[in-house]
Design a protein. Structure first.
Length: 335
């Protein structure tokens, strides 16, 4: 069941909960398996367009993209601000090519030149896409969300995506949350999902499709991203640093591919892990080199899955003081 959005209407918070939460005109609810028959869907003309995935840090934007694509393209961790790059994920079906643009979480802490650059990436993407997905988790509307809401374009359709629905014990609690956000911005549709549990993903894609322009595919049906293997290899190393080190160190680390060689089905990859201070170097290397070995092993295993071939990976640690505030260093590292 999908109920189309009517004209936006400002709700009176003083109304009863039943009246105030009458959001069915824009809420896309989950279908039971026996209600949905793909043969009954009239796909219509081919559509293709760009969709920005935005939200504050750590709401599950990258996890959502990975589940839509069916593979790990965008790196993830439980730490906020893992994503640093604008990343295009391409999902092609029989009647639609979805071009998802994963963005860094809008950063409001640790404002150095790196994070200023990341925030600029978010605002620039919002001007270029056909549609915006504003992703939140099932929590009260806070100042961090409001600051991202203030960036959303008024001249483009914006869908509210409530992620991590599986964390809500009582699903009825999502309606007051939706009302709070809906009063702040005229969303064209609202879709509750769980990226981790793959709940309501088909309904989300169906909703997105309505707002994409009618045009031919831009990329080949088998293409998944516009990024090359060098970029993806560096990101996988950086993901392991975020997952295996403490809370502060990963934010002072960058990863640079110094050499990338392809020999048949074998890739030889040489990686420099760049830290801000000399004192951080032994933390990454670990006692007897164990931590660096763990980072390398886990990154290599993920690379072999992604590249579908053997990988020889060599990593080392370099100190480049103040790199996160050095505009030239930031640019040379691809930010």
């Amino acid at each position: 069941m999908m109920i189309k959005k009517a004209k936006p209407e400002v709700m009176d918070p003083a109304k009863s909960s039943t009246e105030a939460l009458d959001l069915n005109d824009k809420l896309v609810v989950e279908l039971d398996a026996d209600e949905y028959d793909e043969d009954d869907v009239d796909s219509g003309p081919f559509r293709c367009g760009t969709i920005a995935i935005v939200g504050r840090p750590n709401v599950g934007k990258s996890t959502l993209l990975n589940h839509i694509l069916g593979l790990k393209l965008s790196i993830t961790s439980r730490k906020a601000q893992t994503t640093r790059h604008r990343l295009l994920g391409i999902h092609t079906t029989d009647d639609t090519q979805f071009l998802f643009v994963d963005t860094p979480g809008f950063q409001q802490k640790h404002i150095n030149n790196l994070n200023k650059s990341l925030n600029k990436t978010v605002t620039q993407v919002l001007t270029e896409v056909n549609l915006v997905m504003f992703v939140i988790e099932p929590m009260k509307l806070g100042d961090a969300d409001r600051k991202v809401l203030a960036l959303l374009p008024k001249n483009k359709p914006v869908i509210l995506v409530v992620n991590k629905l599986d964390l809500m014990g009582d699903k009825g609690n999502v309606l007051p949350l939706i009302q709070d956000f809906d009063l702040e911005f005229p969303f064209v549709d609202i879709v509750p999902v769980s990226a981790k549990k793959t709940l309501n993903i088909d309904e989300l894609l169906s909703t997105i499709r309505k707002y994409l322009p009618e045009q031919s595919a831009i990329y080949g049906a088998d293409e998944l991203t516009d990024k090359n293997e060098r970029f993806l290899a560096a990101e996988l190393v950086r993901e392991k640093i975020f997952r295996l080190l403490g809370d502060e160190i990963p934010y002072s680390v960058a990863v640079e591919i110094e050499k990338f060689e392809v020999d048949g089905n074998l890739r030889r990859i040489f990686v420099a892990i760049i830290v801000d201070k000399e004192s951080q170097k032994p933390m990454i290397i670990g006692k007897g080199g164990e931590k660096l070995k763990q980072i390398s092993t886990e990154a290599r295993q993920d690379m072999e899955k992604l590249f579908d071939g053997k990988v020889y990976l060599e990593t080392w640690v370099k100190v480049k003081s103040g790199w996160a505030d050095d505009s030239r260093a930031i640019k040379s590292l691809g930010y």
